[in-house]
Ligand binder design. Sequence first.
Ligand SMILES: Nc1ncnc2c1ncn2[C@@H]1O[C@H](COP(=O)(O)OP(=O)(O)OP(=O)(O)O)[C@@H](O)[C@H]1O
Ligand SMILES: [Mg+2]
Length: 209
Amino acid sequence: MSNAKVNFRINKPSLKSKGIKSFIGIWGAKGGVGKTTVAVSLARFLSRNNSVGILDANIDCPSLHKVFGLEGKVFGSSEKKELYPMEKEGIKIISMGNITGDEAILWRGPMAASALKDLLNFSRFGNLDVLLADFPPGIGDVPMTLLEEGGLDGMVLVSGPDEISKYYAEKCKGLCEKFGIPVLAVIENKPEKDLTTDFEKLEKKIKLS
Ligand SMILES: Nc1ncnc2c1ncn2[C@@H]1O[C@H](COP(=O)(O)OP(=O)(O)OP(=O)(O)O)[C@@H](O)[C@H]1O
Ligand SMILES: [Mg+2]
C-alpha cells in the first residue's frame, strides 16, 4: 500500500470569505476540553493588534452568544444570503445562538453541515486579519465539512491533561495532515492555566500582516 500523502483539499472550493487573511480552527475531538475557552481567549489576545472574528461552528449547542452576552438575533438571514455578525469587545461574532434563539432544534448531521456552510458563505465579516472557528466536539459532519471545504489556513488543537483527550487530539492531528491543514499548536489546557505563552507563539505563526 502506498504511503503517499493524500491531499483531500485538491479542487475543493474554499468557503473562506475573500476579505479574511487567516482562517484558523480551534479543535479537539474530546468534549469539554476547553476549545471555546481557548478560542475566546485567543480572540481577545489577538484583537489587541488585529481585526478578529469568531465563527461558532457548534451548530446544535452554540455557546459564543452566551459567553459574549449577545442578546437578540443577527440581522439578515440565510434566505437573503446575508448574515451580519454581532460585535463585542471589538470582536465580530456569528453564532447559531443568535439565529435560532432559545428554541431547541434537532439537527441531523447533513443539516448541521448545511447550516455551517450558510454561516461560512453568508456571514458578512468584512475585512479581517483573523477569523477563528470554534469547532464542536467529535469528528462528525460539521468538523469534516470545515476540514474539507472551509479553506482553513491552520488549526489549533486543544486537549486536557488526560490521556483520552490527548489521544483524540492526536486523531485530529492525523486528520489535519490528511487534509493538508497545518497544525499550529497543540495546547494542553487545564484549569487556571495561563495561555499567554502559547498565544504569543501562535501569533507569530499565524500569518498576520
Ligand atoms: N483553563 C481553564 N480554566 C478554568 N476553567 C476552564 C478552563 N478551560 C475550560 N474551562 C471550563 O471548562 C468548561 C468546558 O470548557 P469549554 O466550554 O471551553 O470546552 P469545549 O471544549 O469548548 O466544550 P465542547 O466540547 O462542549 O465545545 C467550561 O465551564 C469552562 O469554563
Ligand atoms: Mg465549545
